[in-house]
Write a protein that binds this ligand. Structure first.
Ligand SMILES: [Zn+2]
Length: 274
């Protein structure tokens, strides 16, 4: 007999293929063994998922450092866990956009006199998972810089750590923020408050994972914030540079000048007439 998945020859005693690891199935498929197979898989995943979720609160070091050191079966792997969070966020945004669009009003953060439609954020929802994916390496790089002197994790290990942390945060916040938005709260206001919790949770996970002292982690949290501000400034500078190169900066300055000129003319006209 050969493995049906990879064609490697099997021995009579084999329960699993030695090459690809697939389970050897000798019995013909019936509804009964189909059900057994399904429930084994399903409850196994569900069990591991629940265990992973709880452990990321009670002993995040065991999950994160475990994965980085090679543990694969005990907890849900970082990719599966992340994929689950992306799906969950997608469902959350779908529900809010469809049934509670008023909770996604971003104008709470913009100036009063900005005309409506200036901040069209619809694309954010469409590319949500992509945006998270793009940001993960940036968080990982920041963590790499913050913990550089410890020489414990390389960039990839920080990427794994940050992915577990952000995933845990996004699963938890989806379950809390969605009902709060349904009750009439604003998604962005609650989201910003939750970001503070994310900072605290990240610090807690790193303290447990790298076994740091309280003052050690406090100091590095401040360093993390400093680097974050540096990144923000760098990002704005790049944005300005791109705008300058493409000419839209000049346009904006011209528009501002025209506006000032017009209001100056209007006010002097009013002064003159009164
Ligand atoms: Zn095989």
């Amino acid at each position: 007999m050969e493995c049906k998945n990879c064609d490697h020859p099997l021995l009579e005693i084999d329960h699993y293929c030695r090459v690809c690891g697939a389970k050897v199935i000798r019995k013909r498929l019936t509804l009964k063994n189909l059900w057994v197979e399904f429930s084994e898989k399903f409850f196994n995943i569900e069990n591991t998922l629940l265990k992973t979720y709880v452990a990321l609160f009670t002993k995040p070091g065991e999950v994160i450092d475990g994965y980085n050191k090679g543990v694969r079966k005990k907890y849900l792997g970082v990719f599966n866990y992340f994929a689950l969070a992306v799906t969950l966020s997608g469902i959350q945004l779908f529900i809010l956009r469809k049934f509670f669009p008023e909770s996604l009003d971003i104008s709470v953060f913009t100036a009063q006199n900005v005309p409506e439609g200036t901040f069209n954020v619809d694309w954010v929802y469409d590319y949500y998972s992509l945006i998270v994916l793009v940001n993960l390496p940036i968080y990982a790089l920041m963590a790499y810089l913050v913990f550089y002197t410890l020489k414990r994790y390389n960039f990839t290990e920080h990427l794994v750590s940050m992915t577990y942390i952000i995933t845990q945060y996004s699963i938890t916040s989806a379950f809390i923020i969605t009902p709060l938005c349904m009750l009439g709260n604003n998604f962005y206001i609650i989201g910003s408050l939750f970001n503070l919790l994310l900072l605290g949770y990240t610090a807690y996970c790193y303290k447990k994972t790298l076994k740091l002292s309280w003052e050690g982690i406090l100091l590095r949290t401040l360093l993390f914030l400093g680097i974050a501000i540096g990144f923000l400034i760098l990002q704005s500078l790049i944005q300005l540079l791109v705008m300058w190169k493409s000419g839209s900066l000049q346009e904006m300055i011209d528009a501002e000048k025209t506006k000032r000129g017009l209001s100056y003319m209007a006010s002097s006209f009013m002064n003159w007439t009164s």
